[in-house]
Ligand binder design. Structure first.
Ligand SMILES: Nc1nc2c(ncn2[C@@H]2O[C@H](COP(=O)(O)OP(=O)(O)O)[C@@H](O)[C@H]2O)c(=O)[nH]1
Ligand SMILES: [Mg+2]
Length: 517
């Protein structure tokens, strides 16, 4: 089911603005808690708009939340008639008699931007349970993702896409979250999968832009990566340093200390200074391609941002309903800059500098593109040739690159032909060998068969001899018995004659056996 929910952003957005969220993968449930300050909730399902009015704006006591949020559906005609009349502003129309109207360029640009909408991709990198999903939900004050919901793609990366609407502007938000980062026994290469994912998005864009039709480029390049540092360790691991170093060369990196409410102010201060020192020591650059240098300095002074995430609202000492985390010792307000840097981060990312992130990504992309294409040239050309081509500029370089591509194609077709020939040779040799072995096998089999037959025959003869010998033996025993019954003199003569006969018989049988074998 495709569901669209209009949610008023409360404290961060202008009073009359609304934010609609369409999630193509999952339907979003917005808890009534988040809507306490909303004057209006409108739900549209299957493109038919139904509007609900929750009555006048009154802060709700916690105990009465569920009862007071029952929604009443008014008559639609009555509702339409009560809508304020939209007056077209005459002020916006340029008076060309007085000036060329250049000042209206920004208005035109705004209209164009609204029509086109925008894409923003944010990556949340860090170990499981560091509060990535909670921070995302807090940034947009809505339960965009459930805490246990993971739309995992390959390499343990979860990707979710949302369509956010605020007034006339549509923002296509892509959220990439690492799922099992650093959870294996050997984490030395864990950073590679994240960096590969970023490079893959650049490559996808590059390949699309090389196609003849580039009207509908699908841009999944990542504009910002929030790296979540584990607050319980209060120090950086080798993996953290390696990952951030590699990320900083590919994307606008912002390190954050999540769940900073579990640290004392002293611990947080020390952790921040440790991180700053490490960034300095390893020369890890933050948002290095921002055009506004004062902004870079500002971010540098704040990193790592201390973050507390929550979408629940509680009443504070002043009687206001604020987002925060409630403990037995008190309330932590996530939007209070004395408690954490959440508001500063949200302003930086969404409200004030989203365009800086998007524009600077073009430079990261350009670096990737140049590195990738240069690598391609290098892999084809050798030594001296390569140097010459890389020194060329403009059209000459394009021409040379085209030649390289042709060369590459030729090389690959040559390789293909060569592969085919090799395969044919291999197949032929294989067939020859098979035939040779079959012949040999048949010969050997015949030999063995003959030998077997001979052995059977020999066995048969031996058996026959044995039978003969047994018969002779029996006869001899009978003779011996007969002799033993005769008087002693005649017995001596007949015994000796029997012995002579038996010796002759046994020697004859031995000879016959030897002959046979
Ligand atoms: N104390 C505290 N807990 C938090 C904070 N943010 C998230 N959590 C809790 O940490 C747990 C993991 O959060 P989750 O957003 O799912 O982390 P993920 O795995 O990095 O996406 C959940 O129980 C959250 O309620 C925070 O700022 N402070
Ligand atoms: Mg998560």
């Amino acid at each position: 089911m495709k569901m669209m929910t209009n949610v008023k952003l409360g404290t961060t957005t202008p009073p009359d603005s609304t934010l609609s969220i369409v999630n193509n993968c999952n339907s979003i449930k917005v808890s009534p808690n988040y809507l306490q300050n909303s004057d209006e909730i409108s739900l549209s399902e299957n493109l038919s708009n139904i509007s609900f009015n929750s009555g006048p704006h009154t802060p709700l006591k916690e105990s009465s939340k569920s009862n007071s949020n029952t929604l009443k559906v008014p008559n639609i005609e009555e509702f339409k008639s009560n809508l304020p009349e939209i007056k077209k502003s005459l002020e916006l129309k340029p008076d060309f008699t007085k000036c060329p109207g250049l000042k209206f360029l920004s208005v035109q640009r705004e209209r164009l931007a609204c029509r086109k909408g925008g894409n923003f991709s944010i990556m949340l990198a860090g170990a499981r349970g560091t509060g990535k999903t909670t921070l995302l939900n807090s940034l947009f004050s809505s339960e965009l993702l459930k805490l246990d919901q993971e739309n995992v793609q390959d390499d343990n990366i979860s990707v979710n896409r949302f369509e956010l609407k605020e007034e006339k502007l549509t923002l296509n938000l892509q959220v990439i979250e690492t799922v099992n980062f650093g959870n294996t026994l050997d984490n030395s290469k864990a950073w590679e999968s994240i960096c590969k994912y970023i490079d893959d998005q650049f490559l996808k864009y590059l390949q699309q832009s090389q196609q003849p039709h580039r009207k509908n480029l699908y841009d999944t390049r990542i504009h910002c990566c929030l790296y979540f540092l584990n607050p319980s360790k209060c120090c950086l691991s080798e993996l953290d340093i390696q990952t951030m170093k590699n990320l900083s060369t590919r994307v606008n990196l912002i390190p954050v200390v999540s769940k900073s409410d579990i640290l004392t102010p002293e611990e947080l201060k020390n952790f921040k200074s440790t991180v700053k020192n490490i960034f300095h020591e390893y020369d890890i650059k933050i948002c290095q391609y921002f055009s506004d240098l004062s902004l870079v300095k500002f971010i540098d002074s704040l990193i790592p941002f201390s973050i507390i995430g929550s979408i629940d609202k509680y009443e504070n000492d002043q009687g206001e309903y604020v987002r925060g985390r409630k403990y037995h010792w008190g309330l932590v307000e996530i939007e209070n800059i004395n408690h954490c840097d959440f508001s500063l981060l949200r302003n930086l990312l969404i409200s004030e500098n989203m365009l800086e992130f998007i524009l600077s990504t073009e430079i990261y992309y350009e670096n990737f593109r140049s590195y990738y294409l240069t690598g391609k040239v290098e892999s084809v050309l050798e030594g001296g040739n390569r140097q010459d081509i890389l020194k060329l500029r403009g059209f000459e370089q394009l021409k040379a690159y085209t030649n390289v591509e042709t060369l590459e194609n030729n090389t690959s077709s040559l390789e293909k032909n060569w592969e085919l020939t090799l395969f044919e040779i291999y197949e032929k040799k294989k067939q020859e060998l098979d035939e040779k072995w079959d012949k040999k096998y048949a010969e050997k089999e015949e030999e063995v068969k003959l030998k077997k037959q001979k052995l059977f025959k020999l066995q048969e003869d031996l058996r026959f001899d044995l039978q003969e010998t047994n018969i002779k033996r029996k006869k001899l025993i009978d003779i011996v018995e007969l002799i033993s019954l005769q008087p002693s003199e005649s017995r001596n003569i007949s015994e000796s004659s029997v012995l002579v006969n038996s010796e002759v018989a046994s020697s004859q049988s031995c000879e016959s056996i030897q002959k046979e074998s």
